[in-house]
Design a protein around this ligand. Structure first.
Ligand code: NDP
Length: 286
């Protein structure tokens, strides 16, 4: 399979954002992302660090608010509300997962929809559902960009999405439907998963199981988007797809690492730029 060059696509996307941010700064508008990090989950700390680095590359101001894992829900909600009302903050992101005493849904419902750059708030999800202009969740939006980068058509194709989480599988299905694909969503209760995957012209693997999808489950010529990030027994990062076993097949695959993760990060920059433009009454076309 041909590897989709996500590294290049992500770099180009961020470059485009940087160009537009520079134009905004010339107008006196400084886009800014505020990230709340509750606790010291090592993976979350790495992700938040990556986001700050991306912001710096794009000329977006960023602020990371580290909070102890004893933070109460009310304390966090109060801080979010202050950012909602702060005109210098374009985008607000609360790094998930949260400690048990803070309800994720309460947090997502509190972030102002026009600053919800993760696209997880119920208002944005609803807007996406009915096809209105909104912030798209970064991972599925990045997957669509990767699919388009192959030059292969999406319209009319059979797309099989394995995984039905609120942040990946479900929104992925909606976005592919928007692109006129025919959708099958699979999960742990799906019968004869292998046969369903084998029928996919577009296969999105988002289950979080190390190298689960092998050659026997993939149709020759398919475009495979591997969302999974798994730490293998060898200590290395692997996707949900056993890329090595697909080597001889025709088609395209997004690598792990260096695939969906990079585009997810780039799409957060696109969303933050969009937030800054919308809050300043400017149109957004990216
Ligand atoms: P969740 O654990 O929330 O969801 C996993 C989904 O996969 C569930 O719907 C589950 O089904 C399904 N599933 C699990 N095992 C199987 C199986 N053997 N056969 C069929 N379906 C299965 O995970 P997320 O959606 O949050 O994440 C999925 C993966 O993507 C993870 O590896 C995560 O690390 C990665 N990820 C990567 C991102 C990136 O930027 N690259 C961003 C977000 C996630 P059921 O509903 O029936 O339980």
């Amino acid at each position: 399979m041909k590897r989709i060059d996500a590294k290049r696509l992500a770099a180009e996307t961020k470059q485009q954002v940087a160009t537009e941010v520079a134009q905004l700064r010339n107008k006196g508008i400084i886009p800014k992302l505020t990230v709340f990090l509750v606790g010291e989950d090592p993976a979350s700390m790495v992700y938040v660090g990556g986001k700050a680095k991306d912001c710096a590359q794009c000329g977006i101001a960023s602020e990371v608010v580290p909070l102890p894992d004893t933070t109460t829900e009310e304390e966090l909600l109060a801080m979010i509300r202050r950012c909602n009302d702060d005109p210098s903050v374009s985008g607000i992101l609360v790094q998930l997962p949260l400690p048990a005493q803070i309800r994720e849904q309460a947090v997502l419902e509190t972030i102002a929809p026009e600053k919800d750059v993760d696209g997880f708030s119920p208002i944005n999800i609803g807007r996406m559902m009915v096809g209105e202009d909104c912030f798209l969740p970064c991972t599925p939006a990045g997957c669509i960009e990767l699919l388009k980068a192959t030059g292969q058509p999406i319209s009319g194709k059979h797309a099989v999405i394995v995984g039905r989480s609120n942040i990946v599988g479900k929104p992925m299905a909606l976005l592919l439907l928007r692109e006129n694909a025919t959708i099958t969503i699979c999960h742990t209760k799906t019968e004869d998963l292998a046969a369903k995957c084998k029928d996919a012209e577009i296969l999105v693997a988002a289950i979080g199981q190390d190298r689960f999808f092998t050659k026997e489950m993939v149709r020759p010529g398919a475009v495979v988007i591997d969302v999974g990030i798994n730490r293998g027994e060898d200590g290395k990062l692997h996707g949900d797809v056993d890329e090595a076993s697909l080597e001889e097949l025709e088609g395209y695959i997004s690598p792990v690492p260096g695939g969906v993760g990079l585009m997810t990060r780039a799409m957060l920059m696109v969303n933050t730029l969009r937030a800054a433009k919308l809050q300043n009454g400017l149109p957004h076309h990216m």
